[in-house]
Ligand binder design. Structure first.
Ligand SMILES: *[C@@H]1O[C@H](CO)[C@@H](O)[C@H](O)[C@H]1NC(C)=O
Ligand SMILES: *[C@@H]1O[C@H](CO)[C@@H](O)[C@H](O)[C@H]1NC(C)=O
Ligand SMILES: *[C@@H]1O[C@H](CO)[C@@H](O)[C@H](O)[C@H]1NC(C)=O
Ligand SMILES: *[C@@H]1O[C@H](CO)[C@@H](O)[C@H](O)[C@H]1NC(C)=O
Ligand SMILES: *[C@@H]1O[C@H](CO)[C@@H](O)[C@H](O)[C@H]1NC(C)=O
Length: 444
């Protein structure tokens, strides 16, 4: 793809749109307060060899002064520049012999999409009672269904063929948990839809939509769960429905609030990305007594949060009993001129994948990817990477665009200009996230 002269993109309306999509996501049910776990003020110590302050997470649950839990009403009393503090990994991580699973010869993330209407989709949209109205594109009027018929074909080998019975056997007696944002939620719904048909309707259940939402299959004593934690660490956006819009506040040294909910899962699938792309982030360290925040740009704040997560992984995960996956950034298709020079639109009206090998849109931030790669490379014995970015880049046809439920009524000037309200971020189901789950199945 040739380099194009990028006109300045009006970033603000886009961000507002992103935010609307995110709030719009779920049905209203935030229910009970699960937010009872507080953090200790953490220890700080100076590294001898630099002026950087490192913060050690403190995993003890006994509190001296309970820390206020962040919610959408949280405010910073004041904001100062970033102090340069970083997250220190605790030493003595339990090393284990298990080698990295993705270290096999064939790179299954390098390949192409092959039209295959004989075997795909793997399930029907209408047959899945747990389908989300945000992702059910056919139900919401999309009648070009080509997007459901593509199979991911690695260049140098074949993916293990999806087999629902085999997947259930792998899950027997286990908890599979997806942790992250609405993209990860889409992958979770895809997994539930891929799996649910095997279970008689009186032997399965779905809990109400909440911070942690649980699909259960009785006869396998297994669950497939989704935990809303878009920034991985504790934040003011941890309510799956009522997020704070105008300001992101995180506790960069605290994964504890969420980790207490995910720590007993057997298979964990994490993601995080888009929520860091909406401007500066306020950091409220857990030892801060006066509500003073530090401000940092999104990419660096994401690095801090991933370091806190990596600290949890390296000290708490035994790869012999727990599998951990990290899903890389999900691409967006917001500017059609990136694949079709001179055009003015976005993913609206796109019916076919991009066939230019190596296509990479501007929404997938390369420096962020390098940061993620650097952090994951320190965890290779414990975390497998599901590198879905490149393969999803090709799928400009896979987004709902206008074919989903919108939670707010749309004004006429938007309705007359479909691309102005198209969702080019999430993915229709059946569709691209099914392939992510086939990759997960391949590695399990
Ligand atoms: C963690 O916090 C508890 C309670 O404040 C304290 O007793 C303990 O020493 C702390 N542990 C570390 C490793 O800092
Ligand atoms: C699959 O696609 C081909 C080519 O578009 C078409 O001729 C055929 O009828 C389709 N088969 C099914 C089962 O939809
Ligand atoms: C069901 O699975 C849980 C772990 O998810 C386990 O603790 C429990 O013992 C299992 N129950 C049965 C009846 O196998
Ligand atoms: C912000 O300042 C007010 C008034 O001084 C105080 O009551 C409140 O606890 C502070 N907020 C935080 C998060 O410390
Ligand atoms: C994912 O794959 C892309 C190439 O497709 C590569 O540039 C990137 O570094 C990979 N990311 C990780 C975390 O391995």
């Amino acid at each position: 793809m040739q380099k194009l002269n990028k006109k300045k993109v009006p970033i603000f309306p886009l961000l507002v749109f992103l935010l609307i999509l995110f709030i719009a996501f779920s049905t209203l049910h935030s229910g009970s307060t699960i937010h009872q776990i507080h953090e200790n003020p953490n220890h700080i110590h100076q590294q001898e060899d630099s002026s950087t302050t490192y913060v050690k997470p403190n995993f003890s649950n006994h509190l001296k002064k309970p820390q206020e839990v962040l919610d959408r009403y949280s405010r910073c009393n004041s904001t100062i520049g970033y102090s340069g503090r970083k997250i220190a990994r605790r030493g003595g991580s339990k090393r284990s012999g298990r080698q990295r699973v993705s270290g096999e010869r064939c790179d299954v993330f390098s390949g192409k999409w092959v039209f295959d209407n004989a075997s795909y989709p793997l399930y029907n949209e209408l047959d899945c009672p747990y389908m989300s109205d945000q992702l059910a594109c056919h139900k919401h009027g999309r009648d070009d269904l080509g997007y459901q018929h593509w199979r991911w074909q690695p260049h140098d080998c074949n993916l293990k063929r999806w087999n629902v019975k085999e997947m259930w056997e792998k899950l027997r007696g286990k908890r599979l948990m997806f942790v992250g944002d609405s993209l990860n939620r889409g992958q979770w719904i895809s997994m539930v839809c891929l799996l649910q048909s095997e279970i008689p309707s009186d032997k399965r259940s779905m809990s109400p939509n909440a911070h942690l939402t649980i699909f259960r299959a009785e006869e396998y004593n297994a669950t497939v769960e989704f935990l809303w934690a878009p920034l991985l660490v504790e934040s003011n956006s941890d309510d799956p429905v009522n997020h704070r819009l105008d300001e992101r506040i995180i506790r960069p040294d605290s994964v504890l609030k969420h980790a207490s909910l995910w720590e007993h899962a057997d298979i964990l699938i994490f993601n995080t990305y888009l929520w860091w792309r909406q401007g500066p982030v306020k950091l409220l360290w857990t030892d801060e007594q006066n509500g003073a925040c530090e401000e940092l740009d999104g990419r660096e704040a994401m690095e801090l949060a991933m370091e806190a997560w990596a600290d949890w992984v390296s000290s708490e995960v035994d790869p012999l009993t727990k599998r951990v996956f990290f899903v890389t950034m999900s691409p967006t298709h917001l500017w059609s001129r990136e694949w079709n020079p001179e055009s003015e639109g976005n993913c609206y009206g796109e019916k076919d994948p991009i066939d230019f090998e190596g296509y990479w849109g501007s929404g997938s931030d390369v420096p962020t990817m390098s940061t993620v790669e650097k952090i994951l490379s320190s965890l290779t014995s414990k975390v497998s990477v599901l590198n879905v970015t490149q393969l999803s880049e090709y799928r400009k046809d896979g987004h709902p665009s206008i074919f989903r439920k919108f939670w707010e009524p749309l004004p006429p000037e938007q309705l007359s200009n479909p691309s102005s309200y198209s969702d080019c971020i999430h993915w229709c189901l059946p569709g691209v996230p099914d392939a992510w789950n086939e990759l997960l199945f391949h590695f399990l």
